[in-house]
Write a protein that binds this ligand. Structure first.
Ligand SMILES: Cc1ncc(COP(=O)(O)O)c(C=O)c1O
Length: 447
């Protein structure tokens, strides 16, 4: 890098220097051995007190203990719980090392944002290279165009793309585009769309911010019709999370399409969890059902911060007539992470593996439940995104605590996510941990 202007030295203009290529291989695999190169911490070297200290430090300086809701202690393990690690220092494959040095198998995969594995070599190398080349500048990086083009090849409804940094932003942008395109206000919505005012009813949000959003339950045909009737000619969009615990019925989606068409409204899918997981193109590819707009994020960049709103060009053009903009929306490291993910999907059938691995995870936990005779718990969801349904929050928390004693982190509520990094040995370990936890839970229930 040249600092001639900064240091006042005059110099002949130079061609750009080849940036030094970072040794991504070393970064991505600094452990020995095969698999995800994770040898773990020798027994006896972990320190639960350290885990507790980090939980305490976080509580002092970060309201709720974490900036991501599901990573707060209450989010991880249940309201009022006082166990379990909350912070990590290293993640590789499907393993995480806690601040106290424990090595855990992670079934949560960072809320589904990682479908390959933590620190994936292909993605890491792409990101490091992009960083070395300068991840932002006064102009847009060519990779913004390149990745947009490639997403249009992969996602059925995508003819144009806008990038943003978070899922909430991408869905908000989809709603803004739908309203700009139709000139209408009302949105009939089913699902979770992030923390923004219009999408949430948390403390601090004025009722007016969501006054034009009519909420309907998942897969409820009658409620969808009623809400659309209520919205009438002012219906800008129907916004659906297409998979919530189960696949949607074709009738529900067909009704959404018909109701949109009747009012000239926009059908939007939030594919945050389903994109690059059920199929690369999300539920719309899996179920052969195209919306007008869709929001993608999470697994699209294997944990790097980027999301996209995509859709039919005629509708997406409205983005140019309203205001959707973020300083770092198209910075190049996260775009490079998408390129790394796309490389994986070109090389191998990632989504087929996620389905198969998820089925094996569900099978393993089902066997553990059956063998222990545990009651009041079932395995639910679909293979790439499944969860444990407990009869009481207290029993769920206790199970999570017992599973941690066996070095496995399960998700409280929905979802556990299959990843490429969950290999055969991991599946065996997951079954063993679940078995021990359920056996202990049954014993405690009987006493
Ligand atoms: C379906 C769906 N939409 C939107 C979001 C919000 O995404 P983010 O947390 O990246 O803002 C999430 C996050 O979990 C999600 O699952």
């Amino acid at each position: 890098m040249k600092f001639s202007r900064l240091f006042g030295k005059s110099e002949e203009p130079q061609p750009p220097e080849e940036p030094e290529q970072p040794d991504a291989e070393a970064v991505a695999d600094d452990g020995a051995g095969d698999g995800d190169g994770f040898e773990g911490v020798p027994e006896g070297d972990s320190d639960e007190n350290l885990d507790e200290q980090w939980r305490g430090r976080a509580a002092d300086v970060i309201p709720g203990g974490a900036s991501t809701g599901s990573k707060r202690p209450a989010g991880l393990y249940g309201e009022g719980t006082a166990f379990g690690p909350t912070h990590y220092t290293r993640a590789s494959g499907c393993h995480i090392t806690t601040a106290g040095g424990l090595t855990l198998i992670d079934c949560t995969m960072a809320l589904g944002s990682v479908a390959l594995g933590y620190g994936d070599e292909t993605v890491t190398r792409a990101v490091l290279n992009a960083a070395a080349l300068g991840n932002v500048a006064g102009l847009s990086h060519t990779s913004e165009v390149d990745i947009a083009d490639r997403l249009c090849d992969i996602i059925p409804c995508a003819e144009q793309v806008r990038f943003l940094k978070s899922g909430a932003e991408a869905v908000s942008a989809a709603v803004r585009i739908a309203r700009a395109y139709t000139g209408k206000s009302k949105v009939v919505a089913s699902g979770y769309f992030g923390w923004h005012d219009w999408a949430n009813d948390a403390l601090g949000i004025p009722a007016g911010a969501r006054a034009d959003v009519l909420r309907v339950p998942f897969d409820d045909f009658a409620a969808l019709e009623r809400a659309c009737q209520q919205a009438g000619a002012d219906l800008a969009a129907i916004l659906l999370e297409p998979v919530v615990e189960k696949l949607p019925s074709p009738e529900w989606l067909a009704a959404a399409r018909r109701l949109c068409d009747a009012q000239g409204s926009v059908l939007v899918f939030d594919e945050m969890k389903t994109g690059f997981r059920l199929r690369p193109g999300g539920y719309q590819e899996y179920g052969s059902f195209e919306p007008d707009l869709a929001a993608f994020g999470k697994a699209m960049a294997n944990g790097f911060p980027i999301a996209a709103v995509v859709g039919r060009a005629a509708v997406m053009e409205a983005a140019a007539n309203t205001w959707i903009s973020s300083t770092l929306a198209s910075e190049a490291t996260a775009l490079a992470a998408i390129a790394g993910v796309l490389e994986w999907h070109e090389k191998t059938e990632v989504c087929d593996t996620l389905w198969k691995t998820g089925e094996e995870m569900m099978g393993a936990v089902n066997r553990a439940i059956a063998a222990s005779g545990a009651e009041g718990v079932s395995v639910d969801g679909i293979a790439p995104m499944w969860f444990l349904r407990f009869d009481t929050p207290a029993r769920e928390s206790r199970f999570l605590e017992l599973a941690l004693e066996e070095d496995v982190l399960f998700k409280r509520g929905a979802y556990n996510y299959a990843a490429i990094a969950h290999d055969e040995q991991t599946l065996i370990d997951i079954e063993h941990a679940a078995s021990s936890a359920f056996v202990q839970l049954v014993e405690e229930t009987q006493n």
